[in-house]
Design a binder for this molecule. Structure first.
Ligand code: NAX
Length: 327
């Protein structure tokens, strides 16, 4: 039996947590032969801690053979102790009448503290995925607050946007979703992200040529992916949770176990390529192997794409400017 991997999950009693923890414990993220220890963080409030306790009781009741241990706590340094993987899901939601600026600042406080706690107690190679919004900027704040950890280990989740885009493309083209390769989602996890299927293929043939509908791309596809989160809230009365948890599982699984040469989208600190200033956490296509990722380099960027990529970059730079004074 392999040694257990320590997986920290924040916001563990929330909706995404409820869809995520059971799948991790079942082996969907790290493999059916990989034991895990779940280290779960929640707010200190009585209600949050009670809910966390309930989730832990249910985890126990599943009798998952791979669940080698559990910790439930309101202390980030306990949750992150020796963590190999940290899924930062908990974040401050937007309250009634709250300005975007205030939301950014409230989250900046959370992710500064959590970055510092990771820096202090986590494994020196901890892999961090930020799900809590604004995910890219929160990941940037955590990265900046953890100077002793590798910056490239701080990532933000764009995989839900990627998966949403895949399904829209499959529906439009009539091709099986699992056969679509080389999709990219550039930028911020927000409605400004740019899903780009110019390079996508099915069975080696161009998906763009098969679809051959530029108006659909601009007028239907991009807005549908951009507004999908709002459409889910409208339909369900709650934000995406199972699909978000699934995307987190896909992101970490591919990162740790490899993508077999396939492109996947991850929000990662920019290396300056594609005109994205260094350090900004920006969605790009990567190929993953051996616990690392390599950007897909030198893709041609046309005028339409440049404008879309610059728009989402401008939003990220504005978010960063709003919190930079705290770091
Ligand atoms: P919930 O409100 O259901 O759960 C969040 C949980 O986090 C709560 O139980 C809360 O007590 C806890 N929490 C808040 N601050 C915390 C802190 N400082 N430390 C530990 N726990 C804390 O939200 P849920 O639907 O689970 O969504 C979680 C986050 O994911 C939100 O920020 C949401 O906007 C974001 N999302 C990000 C997505 C992405 O693709 N990157 C998609 C889905 C989702 O919207």
């Amino acid at each position: 039996m392999k040694n257990p991997v320590r997986v920290a999950v924040t916001g563990a009693a929330g909706q995404i947590g409820y869809s995520l923890l059971f799948r991790i414990a079942a082996g969907d993220m790290l493999g059916k032969d990989q034991p895990v220890i779940l280290q779960m963080l929640e707010l200190p409030m009585e209600k949050a801690q009670a809910a966390l306790k309930g989730v832990m009781m249910e985890l126990e009741d599943c009798a998952f053979p791979l669940l080698a241990g559990m910790v439930g706590t309101d202390d980030a340094e306990v949750a992150f102790k020796d963590a190999d993987i940290a899924l930062l899901v908990g974040a401050r939601p937007r309250g009634p009448g709250m300005e975007r600026k205030d939301l950014l600042l409230e989250n900046a406080k959370i992710f500064t503290a959590q970055g510092a706690a990771l820096n202090k107690v986590a494994s020196r190679d901890v892999k961090v995925l930020v799900v809590g919004n604004p995910a890219n900027t929160n990941a940037w704040i955590a990265m900046k607050s953890a100077p002793d950890l590798p910056a490239n280990n701080f990532t933000a989740m764009l995989r839900l946007d990627h998966n949403r885009a895949l399904s829209q493309l499959a529906a439009k083209s009539g091709k099986p979703v699992g056969d679509i390769r080389k999709l990219v989602v550039w930028g911020n996890h927000s409605s400004t992200m740019y899903p780009d299927y110019r390079f996508a293929t099915v069975d080696g043939a161009s998906l763009k040529d098969a679809i051959n509908d530029a108006a659909w791309n601009a007028d239907t596809f991009i807005p549908t992916v951009a507004k999908r989160g709002a459409a889910i809230i409208e339909a369900r009365g709650l934000s995406s949770a199972a699909s978000a948890a699934n995307a987190a599982i896909c992101h970490v699984r591919d990162w740790l176990l490899g993508s077999d040469g396939e492109w996947v989208t991850m929000g990662v600190p920019s290396d300056g390529s594609y005109g994205i200033p260094e350090g900004i956490i920006y969605g790009v296509p990567v190929i993953t192997a051996n616990g690392g990722y390599t950007r897909v380099a030198d893709l041609p960027i046309d005028d339409f794409s440049r404008a879309a990529m610059d728009r989402t970059l401008a939003e990220l730079e504005e978010e960063r400017a709003g919190v930079a004074h705290l770091l």
